[in-house]
Design a protein around this ligand. Structure first.
Ligand SMILES: Nc1ncnc2c1ncn2[C@@H]1O[C@H](COP(=O)(O)OP(=O)(O)OP(=O)(O)O)[C@@H](O)[C@H]1O
Ligand SMILES: [Mg+2]
Length: 312
Protein backbone atom coordinates (compact mmCIF):
# COMPACT_ATOMS: atom_id res chain seq x y z
CA UNK A 1 0.00 0.00 0.00
CA UNK A 2 1.32 3.43 -0.97
CA UNK A 3 0.01 6.53 0.76
CA UNK A 4 0.45 9.82 -1.09
CA UNK A 5 0.23 13.22 0.55
CA UNK A 6 -0.70 16.26 -1.51
CA UNK A 7 -0.49 19.45 0.52
CA UNK A 8 -1.45 21.87 -2.25
CA UNK A 9 -3.85 20.07 -4.64
CA UNK A 10 -5.41 21.55 -7.75
CA UNK A 11 -7.99 21.01 -10.42
CA UNK A 12 -5.95 21.08 -13.63
CA UNK A 13 -7.67 22.80 -16.50
CA UNK A 14 -6.02 22.16 -19.87
CA UNK A 15 -6.96 24.48 -22.72
CA UNK A 16 -5.83 23.67 -26.26
CA UNK A 17 -5.34 26.55 -28.69
CA UNK A 18 -3.63 26.70 -32.06
CA UNK A 19 -1.48 29.65 -31.04
CA UNK A 20 -1.79 31.91 -28.03
CA UNK A 21 -2.40 35.61 -28.70
CA UNK A 22 -1.55 37.77 -25.69
CA UNK A 23 -3.79 40.89 -25.67
CA UNK A 24 -6.03 39.27 -28.30
CA UNK A 25 -9.01 36.95 -28.56
CA UNK A 26 -8.13 33.26 -28.35
CA UNK A 27 -10.33 30.51 -29.74
CA UNK A 28 -10.29 27.30 -27.72
CA UNK A 29 -10.03 24.08 -29.74
CA UNK A 30 -10.80 21.88 -26.74
CA UNK A 31 -10.57 21.98 -22.99
CA UNK A 32 -10.73 19.53 -20.14
CA UNK A 33 -10.44 19.40 -16.38
CA UNK A 34 -8.70 16.76 -14.29
CA UNK A 35 -8.06 16.39 -10.59
CA UNK A 36 -4.37 17.23 -10.17
CA UNK A 37 -1.77 17.83 -7.52
CA UNK A 38 1.42 15.83 -7.57
CA UNK A 39 0.61 13.18 -4.95
CA UNK A 40 -2.87 12.70 -6.39
CA UNK A 41 -1.28 12.14 -9.82
CA UNK A 42 0.97 9.47 -8.32
CA UNK A 43 -2.05 7.73 -6.76
CA UNK A 44 -3.96 7.95 -10.06
CA UNK A 45 -1.20 6.10 -11.90
CA UNK A 46 -0.82 3.54 -9.10
CA UNK A 47 -4.56 2.83 -9.35
CA UNK A 48 -4.19 2.26 -13.11
CA UNK A 49 -1.36 -0.16 -12.33
CA UNK A 50 -3.54 -2.00 -9.80
CA UNK A 51 -1.28 -1.09 -6.88
CA UNK A 52 -3.17 -0.30 -3.65
CA UNK A 53 -2.91 3.38 -2.77
CA UNK A 54 -4.70 6.11 -0.84
CA UNK A 55 -4.45 9.76 -1.87
CA UNK A 56 -4.34 11.91 1.26
CA UNK A 57 -3.60 15.53 2.07
CA UNK A 58 -5.79 18.62 2.04
CA UNK A 59 -8.75 19.34 -0.25
CA UNK A 60 -11.19 22.26 -0.45
CA UNK A 61 -14.67 21.56 0.93
CA UNK A 62 -16.48 24.31 -1.01
CA UNK A 63 -16.03 22.81 -4.49
CA UNK A 64 -15.70 19.25 -3.20
CA UNK A 65 -18.57 18.07 -5.43
CA UNK A 66 -16.30 18.63 -8.44
CA UNK A 67 -13.39 16.78 -6.81
CA UNK A 68 -15.68 13.98 -5.76
CA UNK A 69 -16.87 13.46 -9.35
CA UNK A 70 -13.23 13.03 -10.48
CA UNK A 71 -12.46 10.71 -7.58
CA UNK A 72 -15.48 8.51 -8.41
CA UNK A 73 -14.65 8.50 -12.10
CA UNK A 74 -11.03 7.49 -11.45
CA UNK A 75 -12.08 5.06 -8.68
CA UNK A 76 -9.38 6.66 -6.59
CA UNK A 77 -9.22 5.74 -2.89
CA UNK A 78 -8.86 8.98 -0.90
CA UNK A 79 -8.75 10.19 2.67
CA UNK A 80 -8.53 13.98 2.61
CA UNK A 81 -8.60 16.57 5.37
CA UNK A 82 -11.26 19.09 4.31
CA UNK A 83 -10.29 22.77 4.30
CA UNK A 84 -13.05 25.40 4.32
CA UNK A 85 -12.14 26.84 0.89
CA UNK A 86 -12.10 25.99 -2.80
CA UNK A 87 -9.49 23.65 -4.26
CA UNK A 88 -7.59 25.93 -6.66
CA UNK A 89 -7.67 25.64 -10.44
CA UNK A 90 -4.38 25.55 -12.35
CA UNK A 91 -4.76 26.41 -16.00
CA UNK A 92 -2.44 25.05 -18.68
CA UNK A 93 -2.68 26.56 -22.12
CA UNK A 94 -1.25 24.17 -24.70
CA UNK A 95 -0.28 25.76 -28.04
CA UNK A 96 -0.43 23.27 -30.85
CA UNK A 97 1.63 25.38 -33.26
CA UNK A 98 4.66 25.57 -30.96
CA UNK A 99 4.04 22.54 -28.67
CA UNK A 100 4.54 24.91 -25.75
CA UNK A 101 2.54 25.12 -22.52
CA UNK A 102 1.73 28.26 -20.53
CA UNK A 103 0.89 27.65 -16.87
CA UNK A 104 -1.34 29.94 -14.84
CA UNK A 105 -1.32 28.61 -11.28
CA UNK A 106 -3.51 29.90 -8.46
CA UNK A 107 -1.85 30.07 -5.03
CA UNK A 108 -4.38 27.73 -3.42
CA UNK A 109 -6.02 27.71 0.00
CA UNK A 110 -4.53 28.56 3.36
CA UNK A 111 -4.58 25.90 6.07
CA UNK A 112 -4.89 26.38 9.83
CA UNK A 113 -3.00 24.66 12.66
CA UNK A 114 -6.19 22.67 13.37
CA UNK A 115 -6.21 21.26 9.83
CA UNK A 116 -2.48 20.51 9.97
CA UNK A 117 -3.09 18.62 13.23
CA UNK A 118 -5.84 16.62 11.52
CA UNK A 119 -3.39 15.60 8.79
CA UNK A 120 -0.80 14.71 11.44
CA UNK A 121 -3.26 12.38 13.17
CA UNK A 122 -4.30 10.86 9.86
CA UNK A 123 -0.64 10.08 9.07
CA UNK A 124 -0.19 8.84 12.63
CA UNK A 125 -3.06 6.40 12.29
CA UNK A 126 -2.33 4.95 8.84
CA UNK A 127 1.41 5.27 8.13
CA UNK A 128 2.33 2.14 10.07
CA UNK A 129 0.14 0.02 7.79
CA UNK A 130 1.66 1.22 4.49
CA UNK A 131 4.90 0.44 2.61
CA UNK A 132 5.74 4.06 1.87
CA UNK A 133 4.37 7.56 2.32
CA UNK A 134 5.00 9.82 -0.68
CA UNK A 135 5.16 13.59 -0.09
CA UNK A 136 4.75 15.27 -3.47
CA UNK A 137 4.62 18.90 -4.47
CA UNK A 138 4.65 22.28 -2.84
CA UNK A 139 3.49 23.54 0.54
CA UNK A 140 0.24 25.46 0.79
CA UNK A 141 -0.28 28.90 2.26
CA UNK A 142 -0.28 28.98 6.03
CA UNK A 143 2.09 26.04 6.40
CA UNK A 144 5.64 26.64 7.56
CA UNK A 145 8.61 24.48 6.66
CA UNK A 146 8.71 23.33 10.28
CA UNK A 147 5.11 22.13 10.07
CA UNK A 148 5.89 20.35 6.80
CA UNK A 149 8.90 18.78 8.52
CA UNK A 150 6.67 17.57 11.37
CA UNK A 151 4.39 15.78 8.90
CA UNK A 152 7.37 14.07 7.28
CA UNK A 153 8.88 13.17 10.66
CA UNK A 154 5.57 11.64 11.77
CA UNK A 155 5.49 9.45 8.64
CA UNK A 156 9.22 8.63 8.90
CA UNK A 157 8.75 7.45 12.48
CA UNK A 158 6.30 4.78 11.23
CA UNK A 159 7.45 3.76 7.74
CA UNK A 160 9.60 4.73 4.71
CA UNK A 161 9.21 8.16 3.17
CA UNK A 162 9.57 9.25 -0.47
CA UNK A 163 9.96 12.89 -1.43
CA UNK A 164 9.22 14.76 -4.67
CA UNK A 165 9.70 18.39 -3.76
CA UNK A 166 11.91 21.30 -4.71
CA UNK A 167 13.66 24.31 -3.23
CA UNK A 168 13.12 24.89 0.51
CA UNK A 169 10.65 22.01 0.81
CA UNK A 170 13.29 19.64 -0.59
CA UNK A 171 15.84 21.08 1.81
CA UNK A 172 13.49 20.49 4.76
CA UNK A 173 12.53 17.02 3.58
CA UNK A 174 16.16 15.92 3.32
CA UNK A 175 16.54 16.51 7.07
CA UNK A 176 14.32 13.46 7.69
CA UNK A 177 16.43 10.74 6.01
CA UNK A 178 13.94 9.67 3.32
CA UNK A 179 14.13 6.33 1.53
CA UNK A 180 14.04 7.97 -1.89
CA UNK A 181 14.06 11.44 -3.34
CA UNK A 182 12.96 12.27 -6.90
CA UNK A 183 14.28 15.54 -8.25
CA UNK A 184 14.68 16.38 -11.91
CA UNK A 185 18.06 17.76 -12.94
CA UNK A 186 17.05 21.41 -12.73
CA UNK A 187 15.57 20.89 -9.25
CA UNK A 188 18.85 19.31 -8.11
CA UNK A 189 20.76 22.20 -9.68
CA UNK A 190 18.46 24.69 -7.93
CA UNK A 191 18.95 22.93 -4.61
CA UNK A 192 22.75 22.87 -4.96
CA UNK A 193 22.92 26.25 -6.72
CA UNK A 194 25.13 24.87 -9.52
CA UNK A 195 24.71 24.10 -13.21
CA UNK A 196 26.07 20.73 -14.23
CA UNK A 197 28.06 20.49 -17.44
CA UNK A 198 29.03 16.83 -17.18
CA UNK A 199 27.34 13.58 -16.23
CA UNK A 200 30.21 12.80 -13.85
CA UNK A 201 29.70 16.01 -11.88
CA UNK A 202 25.95 15.48 -11.81
CA UNK A 203 26.22 11.97 -10.38
CA UNK A 204 28.96 12.87 -7.91
CA UNK A 205 26.82 15.73 -6.60
CA UNK A 206 23.75 13.50 -6.36
CA UNK A 207 25.72 10.94 -4.35
CA UNK A 208 27.02 13.68 -2.05
CA UNK A 209 23.42 14.75 -1.37
CA UNK A 210 22.50 11.14 -0.54
CA UNK A 211 25.47 10.81 1.80
CA UNK A 212 25.01 14.06 3.66
CA UNK A 213 21.25 13.62 4.08
CA UNK A 214 21.35 9.92 4.88
CA UNK A 215 18.96 9.28 1.98
CA UNK A 216 19.14 5.80 0.45
CA UNK A 217 18.17 6.36 -3.19
CA UNK A 218 17.67 9.07 -5.78
CA UNK A 219 15.55 8.82 -8.91
CA UNK A 220 17.01 11.68 -10.92
CA UNK A 221 15.01 12.47 -14.04
CA UNK A 222 16.11 14.46 -17.05
CA UNK A 223 13.10 14.66 -19.36
CA UNK A 224 13.80 13.36 -22.86
CA UNK A 225 17.38 12.54 -21.80
CA UNK A 226 16.13 9.80 -19.50
CA UNK A 227 16.86 9.18 -15.85
CA UNK A 228 19.29 7.77 -13.30
CA UNK A 229 18.77 5.54 -10.30
CA UNK A 230 21.49 6.52 -7.85
CA UNK A 231 22.71 5.19 -4.51
CA UNK A 232 26.10 5.86 -2.92
CA UNK A 233 27.40 2.63 -4.49
CA UNK A 234 25.34 2.13 -7.66
CA UNK A 235 24.28 4.15 -10.70
CA UNK A 236 21.82 2.86 -13.31
CA UNK A 237 20.89 4.93 -16.32
CA UNK A 238 17.62 4.55 -18.22
CA UNK A 239 17.26 6.03 -21.69
CA UNK A 240 13.96 7.80 -22.36
CA UNK A 241 11.74 6.19 -24.98
CA UNK A 242 11.17 8.00 -28.25
CA UNK A 243 7.49 8.89 -28.30
CA UNK A 244 5.43 11.69 -29.87
CA UNK A 245 5.20 14.38 -27.20
CA UNK A 246 1.86 16.10 -26.49
CA UNK A 247 2.41 17.53 -23.01
CA UNK A 248 5.26 16.99 -20.57
CA UNK A 249 3.11 17.86 -17.54
CA UNK A 250 3.15 15.12 -14.92
CA UNK A 251 5.85 12.97 -16.52
CA UNK A 252 7.76 12.91 -13.23
CA UNK A 253 4.67 11.98 -11.20
CA UNK A 254 3.91 9.08 -13.54
CA UNK A 255 7.55 8.01 -13.47
CA UNK A 256 7.59 7.98 -9.66
CA UNK A 257 4.36 5.96 -9.52
CA UNK A 258 5.76 3.46 -12.02
CA UNK A 259 8.97 3.09 -10.05
CA UNK A 260 7.21 2.59 -6.72
CA UNK A 261 4.66 0.17 -8.19
CA UNK A 262 7.50 -2.28 -8.85
CA UNK A 263 9.73 -1.34 -5.93
CA UNK A 264 7.13 -2.17 -3.29
CA UNK A 265 6.61 -5.62 -4.85
CA UNK A 266 10.13 -7.02 -4.71
CA UNK A 267 12.61 -4.13 -4.80
CA UNK A 268 13.76 -5.08 -8.31
CA UNK A 269 15.40 -1.81 -9.34
CA UNK A 270 15.90 -2.67 -13.03
CA UNK A 271 12.23 -3.58 -13.46
CA UNK A 272 11.19 -0.54 -11.45
CA UNK A 273 13.26 1.75 -13.68
CA UNK A 274 11.83 0.18 -16.85
CA UNK A 275 8.25 0.58 -15.64
CA UNK A 276 9.05 4.14 -14.48
CA UNK A 277 10.42 5.05 -17.91
CA UNK A 278 7.42 3.52 -19.71
CA UNK A 279 5.04 5.49 -17.46
CA UNK A 280 6.97 8.73 -18.08
CA UNK A 281 6.81 8.16 -21.84
CA UNK A 282 3.08 7.36 -21.78
CA UNK A 283 2.43 10.48 -19.71
CA UNK A 284 4.14 12.79 -22.22
CA UNK A 285 2.36 11.23 -25.17
CA UNK A 286 -1.00 12.38 -23.74
CA UNK A 287 -2.57 15.73 -22.94
CA UNK A 288 -3.44 16.64 -19.40
CA UNK A 289 -3.96 13.42 -17.51
CA UNK A 290 -2.59 10.05 -16.55
CA UNK A 291 -5.00 7.78 -18.36
CA UNK A 292 -2.83 5.01 -19.75
CA UNK A 293 -3.37 1.35 -18.94
CA UNK A 294 -1.30 -1.34 -17.26
CA UNK A 295 -1.22 -3.27 -20.57
CA UNK A 296 0.35 -0.28 -22.35
CA UNK A 297 2.98 0.01 -19.60
CA UNK A 298 3.84 -3.69 -19.68
CA UNK A 299 4.24 -3.59 -23.46
CA UNK A 300 6.32 -0.42 -23.56
CA UNK A 301 8.65 -1.33 -20.69
CA UNK A 302 10.15 -4.08 -22.86
CA UNK A 303 11.65 -1.36 -25.11
CA UNK A 304 13.44 0.48 -22.30
CA UNK A 305 17.25 0.38 -22.29
CA UNK A 306 18.87 0.46 -18.87
CA UNK A 307 22.53 0.08 -18.10
CA UNK A 308 24.56 0.10 -14.95
CA UNK A 309 27.34 2.69 -15.06
CA UNK A 310 30.69 1.75 -13.62
CA UNK A 311 31.12 4.15 -10.81
CA UNK A 312 33.53 4.88 -8.02
N1 LIG B 1 10.01 14.11 -24.15
C1 LIG B 1 10.04 12.91 -23.56
N2 LIG B 1 10.10 11.79 -24.30
C2 LIG B 1 10.13 10.56 -23.70
N3 LIG B 1 10.11 10.37 -22.36
C3 LIG B 1 10.06 11.47 -21.58
C4 LIG B 1 10.01 12.80 -22.12
N4 LIG B 1 9.96 13.68 -21.10
C5 LIG B 1 9.98 12.93 -19.96
N5 LIG B 1 10.04 11.62 -20.24
C6 LIG B 1 10.13 10.49 -19.29
O1 LIG B 1 9.57 10.85 -18.06
C7 LIG B 1 10.61 10.93 -17.04
C8 LIG B 1 10.33 12.09 -16.10
O2 LIG B 1 10.35 13.29 -16.85
P1 LIG B 1 10.86 14.69 -16.28
O3 LIG B 1 12.31 14.62 -16.00
O4 LIG B 1 10.40 15.72 -17.26
O5 LIG B 1 10.03 14.78 -14.93
P2 LIG B 1 9.69 16.05 -14.03
O6 LIG B 1 10.47 17.22 -14.50
O7 LIG B 1 9.83 15.63 -12.63
O8 LIG B 1 8.14 16.23 -14.38
P3 LIG B 1 6.92 16.79 -13.48
O9 LIG B 1 7.46 17.19 -12.16
O10 LIG B 1 6.36 17.91 -14.28
O11 LIG B 1 5.94 15.66 -13.36
C9 LIG B 1 11.93 11.05 -17.82
O12 LIG B 1 13.02 10.56 -17.07
C10 LIG B 1 11.63 10.21 -19.06
O13 LIG B 1 11.80 8.82 -18.80
MG1 LIG C 1 8.89 16.52 -10.99
Amino acid sequence: MILTITINPAIDKTIIVDSLHVNGVNRVISSREDLGGKGINVSKVLTKLNVPTIACGFIGSRNYAKVSAFVDHEQLPTDFVLVDANTRTNTKIVELSTHSTTDINEPGFEVTQKEINQLLSLIDSVAQEVDVVVFSGSLCQGMSLEQYGELIEKAASKTKVVIDAEKLALQEALKHAPLLVKPNVSELEGYLKVEFTSETDLIKAAQEVLKTSNTQMMLLSHGEHGSYFITTSQVIKAEALKVPVKSTVGAGDSMLAGFLSEYVKDKNIIEALKVATACGALAVSQEGTQSFTQEEVLKLKENVNVKELTWR
